[in-house]
Structure formats: C-alpha cells, structure tokens
Design a binder for this molecule. Sequence first.
Ligand code: XMP
Length: 510
Amino acid sequence: MKNETVVLLDFGAQYNQLIARRVRECGVYCELLPYDTDIEKIKARSPKGIILTGGPYNAYEEDAPLPAKALFELGIPVLGICYGLQSMSQVLGGTIDRTEKREYGAQTITLEESPIFQGLTGETQCWMSHTNQVDVLPPGFQSIAHTATCPNAAVMDQNRKFYGVQFHPEVEHTPFGQKMLHHFLFQVCGVSGDWQMDSYAKRTIEELRKKMKGQKVLCALSGGVDSSVAAVLAHKAIGDNLTCIFVDHGLLRKNEGDEVEAIFKKQFAMNLIRVDCKQRFLDLLAGVTEPEKKRKLIGAEFIKVFEEEARKLGQCDILIQGTIYPDVIESGSKNAQVIKSHHNVGGLPDVMDFKEIVEPLRDLFKDEVRKLGLELGIPEFLVFRQPFPGPGLAVRIIGDITAEKIEILQNADAIFREELEKDGIAKEINQYFAVLTNMRSVGVMGDERTYDYTLALRAVTTSDFMTADWAKIPYPTLVKVSNRITNEVRHINRVVYDITQKPPATIEWE
Ligand code: XMP
C-alpha cells in the first residue's frame, strides 16, 4: 500500500531534513525533492500537500529559484516556510521588502485565528532568521500572525489552502511549531497519518531490492549503529548477494568483535567476513605516540585491509554506506553551504571502483536510525551503542600501544560500563569510557610497593558532541568502579575522574 505523501521542495536551506523529520514525526511520509522537480513527477506522487523550504536567496532577484506557477494550480495545499513563503508570494503576485530589517533569533509573535493555529492564538515565541520579508501580500492572502517588525509573519489564502510562515516551525525554539505543522497536515491537507518506521523499512527494502537486484554488493561493517542498520536493510533486500567486511583491528572494546560476529553471522545469517588483523595493526602502531599519526596510520591501513579483502571477492558493483543525514549536511548537500568536510572512516569510494554508492540512511537522523534498527530486530545494546571513534582504543591509550595495554584498557573500560549500567545511570550519560594514561605512580598493594598505571574515567553529557559537560556520576558508583578496577585489573593502581568540559578539553583524550 502506498502511504499518503507530502512533497518537500528544497530551496537549499541548511536544515531542510529537519522539516522532513517533523513531518515524519506527525506520522506522514515525506519526500524531499529539488525545487525545480518536473511538475509531472510531483503529480505522479499524488501528494496530499506541498511544503516549500527556506533557502539563501532573494526572491525578487532575476535569477532567484522560484516554485513553478503550475504548482499552485494543482489544487494541492501548500505551506511556504521562510524563503518558501517569500518565493510563493513572489510567484503569486506579492512583493518582497528589500529593506534590510534583519530579524534573527527568538521573537514574540501574535497568532490569529486560522486553521493552522487552532488552539494556539495569542502571544507566543517563534524562531526567526531572515532579512527579506513579504511586503504586499498576493491577491487572496491575509496576514494571520505578526511580530514587532514583521507584519506578515504568517499568511494564508484559505480558499486555495495556501499558507506561509516567515518563522521556522521545525526548530525547537518555536514551541508551537510542531502543533502548527500537525494542523497543516491533518486539518488542511486532510492526511490520516498512516506512516510509521515499519513503512520506511518496507519501502526502503523494496527500493533497494529493485536497485540492486542481481548485483554484487559490499558493505564495510563496523558494528556501529549506522553501518549495522544499513547492512541489515541491504541484507533483507538482496540476501546473499551482500557481503559485509568487518575489519577487526583489535582496538575494539572488550568482546565487541565477537558480539558483532555473533549478531550478523548467527542472528541475521549474513555473509560476513571478519578480518582478524590485530597483529598487523599492533606492528603498524609499534612505538607510535603522536595522536594524529596514530589516526592517519589506522585510517590508511583500514582502507588497505578492506581493499585487499574486496579484491579477493572479485568485482563488486555497489558499495553500501551507512551515511546519515547529519553526515550529508556536514559534507554540504547540493544546495546547502559546506560547514566542514566529513571524514568517513577510510573514504572508501575514492580508492575503489564501484558502479554506485548506495546510502539507504541518508535522509534519517540518528534517533530515527535507532528506531529503524529496533524495527529490523537489531539488539538494543547495539542500537543504543554510544559513539566509538574509528581509530578505536588507539586514541584512548596515551603514548605507545601494546597488546598488554589494550587488554588492561578493555578490562577497565568493561567494568566502568558494567557499573554504570547496573546503577541505571548509563542512559543519562551520552558517552563514557576509560582512558589508559601514560603515567605511572607509586602505590601500595598488600605490603608491597607498586609502580603502575593511572586510569582515567571519562563520562560526558551532550546533545551534539560539539560541546559537552562532565557527567555528575554519584560518588557511590565512582567508589565501586574505582575499587573494582584497582582490584580486578592488573597494572592499575590509581583511578582518576576527568572533570573537564568540552571546550576546552575534547571528549576523547587524543
Ligand atoms: P572529540 O574528542 O573531538 O569527539 O570531542 C567528539 C565525538 O566524536 C567521536 N570521535 C570520532 N568518531 N572517528 C569517529 O567516527 C574519529 O576519528 C573520532 N574521533 C572522535 C568521539 O568519540 C566523540 O563522540
């Protein structure tokens, strides 16, 4: 069965997928298409509604990207957001104010009676980010909200079911935004909300099946949630035509390699090649102490191993990657501006010869990927696994890396994680792990002098990992962790807790 669909026409604002996500949160399937998508293609999707996104343009300029006039003759409800409102107004005969009255950040807004503001009228807050605004409304339109400097903060042509908002309903700083979107979808577009994550899974598997039928497909599986979900989707689509390569560089957490192998080989019966190259990475890293050098060596070697294994399999047509939406936006999508170039472990596509790279998760946010993972039957502990750096424990062992140090760290780290989980505080902390410092100090065990390593515990709360606060772990938990580690892990005689925020520190130590 085909889901009710809303089409989002992309004018290039930075976070357009956030709008798509909000629509999905209302239980409505949503597709993001370029603003100049052929009108017949749009009609073919029988959309219940069309949303025009924001974008970094001036609608009054000659070469500004504008929605096609024909779009407004389809009898389909339209919602324009920010530049979407301005470009719609421009096309329908309104004018845009060129005076540079910048409005940015949280603003007080007054909402009036309208189908999209049911139960929301009066003064409230919204998030604005614009210089231009609609000056003269197109025929048939009326204002339904204003701020101190923006008389047309929301507008409608109720007869034709055209709505426009100058503010951003998709961001959290517009507290009524989600309700407004819900009203637009359910009251104006008349959707019933027939979309759920299982529809996404079914649809994606079906699309992947069509796209990849009869081809040899390869996936680099790391055991992280993104590559795992991408691999399971692909496997459900094409079964044994998919081969996953899991490069086990020996720098994973305790038992992690075995867990990954068990899930994907046994539970999902996938073609999984686990490449045991622990010794190879130990040899490579012997005596290397400089963090950036470790990272570069590991990244390059990872590609080499992957390539070697792939070559043994013969020519593969398609590479599956677990790229998710935040990765896409960081790399700069077609219209959005580049924020920073994304570093994907290995940058595999550059060095290998594939006909196509397929990224089944590129429209989803992390929490949506997690929901999808659960939907597909991937175990919870893997789906909710915290971030783990590509270079693994190599950047959590300060100084040179040896097999013994890896084992010490794995054991200490496992105890830390176990105790946080036992005390029920693990879910409140976004990332936590142990670091083996390169420092040794004097201690006493029994009656004997020891001279052993200091272990650091790191635990942070953060929403975006760009800034972070150290987690306020209760003392009794810290006491247990410290006692167990010094008792159970040989060569650690001192445990310290890192109480530094990011910035100035980073989350990882290297
Ligand atoms: P920092 O240490 O920069 O880390 O505060 C921010 C987040 O990124 C993770 N991290 C990495 N992830 N490859 C990755 O995939 C890497 O090389 C890498 N280095 C750091 C880190 O664990 C934290 O979640």
